[in-house]
Design a protein around this ligand. Structure first.
Ligand code: SF4
Length: 399
């Protein structure tokens, strides 16, 4: 499919809106009322620290709601106000935050259901309003909704759209897109749908496996099995890895994306030589500013003398998980929670998700005596949620 031509025709449609319905000022005011926190503002003003009795809290200097998420949430609220009586759907969670998604449900915004990754659009009627979330939607979904006569409110973050342009550029110049991401993640599914030939690599280890294959050190059968779900239909590693460009899911670990980019550049340099590199490798720059800032702030936070870290964000949030990885890489005791309710004040407990494992409950997690807790949150977490977590820690420390 010519995805660029489709997007052009979609953007010209009077049933398509990617600007929302309110002024940026009103938008900021509405969000401030709903999600901002005076406690967090005062901690920020106090050099990102708070001391209360035996408890010391250190906040990362960049955390929480990013510009793209704020915009998407505000546009969703504006949509409800603009269409007070229409059926409103959203193709997925607006962002990976349970409280924000619940708030939308209370406003009678319905979520399109999915069974084993396959979405069911059968209840979406002609003329219904459909919101596309911050991490976008696949081109096939957009096409289906457009053909059904729906009003599409597109809150896709411009940083995500930038990645789509990158893979479309690869396609135009017959380069294979190597996407650093999680092949099942909604953003990567959307990005893949705009790509031509593509391969999704999860991490540096997978990228090294692919690089070895390019240099003639792999096994074709094993390769095809390994990437069966993470490559475009009919992907052939012998012919489709001769010209490659790298792109990424915007929320991956920045340092890893950069390493993967360097690895493939070097691999193609070794294979084809410096004069031919330009015909075999396309450089990229699609790391989102907010992700970069939050990861940078986390690297500074873990250098402080902390006793533990609490990382707040949806369990399915990629950017939150990467923040926790940074804590783990430094050997710090860390807890990933999605809502303040995961902390039990009565029994000093925390119900959290250790990296790559199931949720567990831990009692007496806040130790006796003086304790310094570092806190950060993913791009989908409102300040008010962080405030509630701090309040709970304060209560436990007073027991
Ligand atoms: S994390 Fe980056 S790409 Fe994702 S919504 Fe926020 S600004 Fe956009």
């Amino acid at each position: 499919m010519d995805t660029q031509a489709f997007k052009r025709s979609l953007h010209q449609s009077d049933r398509y809106n990617r600007r929302g319905f309110g002024s940026p000022t009103k938008r900021a005011q509405a969000l401030e009322k709903a999600y901002q926190s005076s406690l967090i503002t005062s901690i920020r003003d106090n050099g990102y620290g708070l001391e209360h009795g035996r408890l010391k809290v250190r906040l990362a200097e960049a955390f929480g709601f990013c510009w793209g998420v704020e915009r998407a949430v505000a546009m969703a609220y504006e949509t409800r106000r603009h269409y007070p009586n229409e059926n409103i759907w959203i193709t997925n969670e607006i962002i990976h935050n349970p409280s924000v998604n619940d708030h939308l449900r209370q406003m009678n915004v319905r979520f399109i259901s999915a069974e084993q990754g396959v979405k069911d659009f059968s209840d979406v009627g002609i003329g219904d309003v459909v919101i596309l979330p911050a991490f976008g939607a696949t081109v096939q979904e957009m096409q289906l909704l457009h053909e059904r006569g729906c009003h599409i409110i597109d809150t896709t973050c411009p940083w995500v759209s930038k990645v789509w342009h990158t893979v479309e550029k690869h396609k135009k110049h017959t380069f294979t897109s190597i996407i650093h991401g999680k092949y099942k993640h909604e953003e990567t599914l959307a990005t893949s749908s705009f790509a031509g030939t593509y391969l999704v690599v999860l991490d540096l280890a997978e990228a090294e496996y692919v690089a070895d294959y390019i240099l003639g050190k792999g096994d074709r059968k094993d390769f095809l099995e390994r990437f069966a779900k993470a490559s475009s239909p009919g992907f052939d590693p012998d012919t489709d890895l001769q010209r490659i460009g790298v792109a990424n899911q915007t929320t991956m670990l920045k340092s890893e994306t950069e390493e993967i980019g360097r690895l493939f550049e070097l691999t193609m340099l070794n294979k084809y030589g410096p004069m031919e590199l330009v015909n075999h490798f396309l450089a990229f720059n699609t790391i989102c500013d907010a992700t970069e800032e939050r990861q940078g702030a986390m690297f500074s936070l873990v250098d402080e003398p902390l006793d533990m870290l609490v990382v707040i964000g949806g369990f399915n949030s990629s950017n939150t998980t990467h923040l926790q990885e940074i804590a783990i890489s430094r050997g710090l005791r860390s807890f990933h929670i999605d809502t303040p309710e995961r902390i039990g004040e009565e029994d000093n407990s925390i119900t959290h998700m250790p990296l790559g494992q199931d949720i567990v409950k831990e009692k007496y997690f806040l130790p006796e005596g003086k304790v310094c807790v570092g806190i950060t949150s993913g791009a989908s977490t409102p300040d008010r949620v962080v405030e509630h977590v701090i309040q709970k820690l304060i209560k436990i420390s007073e027991l």
